[in-house]
Design a protein around this ligand. Structure first.
Ligand code: MLT
Length: 214
């Protein structure tokens, strides 16, 4: 399969340059129904001083932006996810050139549908990102076993609710296992709540980000 030809103009997006010298770049992937502005405050909280690259998902479901199609809640169109993730990976490569980002220091962060997509980038496009902080996400390929890619050196933080009715904790634990088995250094934190990012988990993610020294 050839990589799609994609330029930065192909995704509606916000780019905020780094405000601290030598800071990494954070790729922000919003959840269903949100847009490129939604996670900017999360990005600033998680990685103060980092460059922020925040695109908008191109799929719409009843007027809501998403990253890939789903057949119904919790059941993904995995072929669409694979194709859309390839297009997003090509966008990130175009943004690295357009905005002069360090290709070794891109970290993805996403919520819900954006977290699933971030996990898809890790498993399907190894080497694209150095790390990931994913909230309320699960295993993007669902029942399919991901290829045995090498994710050693990749640092991952996962935050999930044990009572999440949308992304079950089993899906969250499955993606943690898939990433860990492929060599990623995974820190998985569970909170008692549902499909949300809690203040405690955000604090844990900030501390993880600081320790990771991207
Ligand atoms: C999805 O990707 O569909 C998520 O798990 C749920 C959502 O975005 O609503």
């Amino acid at each position: 399969m050839t990589a799609p030809e994609v330029g930065v103009e192909d995704f509606t997006h916000v780019f905020e340059p780094a405000t601290a010298s030598g800071a990494p770049a954070l790729l922000l992937l919003h959840g269903t129904g949100a847009d490129e502005h939604d996670l900017l405050p999360l990005g600033r909280a998680l990685a103060p001083g980092a460059a922020l690259l925040s695109p908008r998902g191109k799929v719409t479901e009843n007027g809501m932006n998403r990253w890939f199609r789903r057949l119904r809640e919790g059941v993904f169109d995995v072929d669409d996810l694979i194709a859309r993730t390839a297009e997003l990976a090509a966008f990130v490569r175009a943004a690295i050139l357009a905005y002069d980002l360090d290709p070794e220091r891109i970290v993805v962060s996403g919520f819900s549908n954006g977290a699933n997509t971030g996990a898809g980038l890790l498993l399907l496009h190894p080497g694209l990102v150095a790390g990931a902080a994913l909230f309320a996400g699960g295993a993007p390929l669902q029942g399919r076993e991901p290829d045995p890619v090498d994710l050693s050196g990749v640092q991952v933080f996962l935050g999930n609710g044990v009572a999440d009715p949308i992304t079950t904790i089993d899906q969250a634990r499955l993606v943690a296992a898939q990433l860990g088995q492929r060599g990623a250094d995974v820190e998985a934190r569970e909170h008692p709540g549902g499909h949300q990012l809690t203040p405690d988990v955000l604090t844990q993610a900030r501390e993880w980000f600081e320790r990771a020294k991207f």
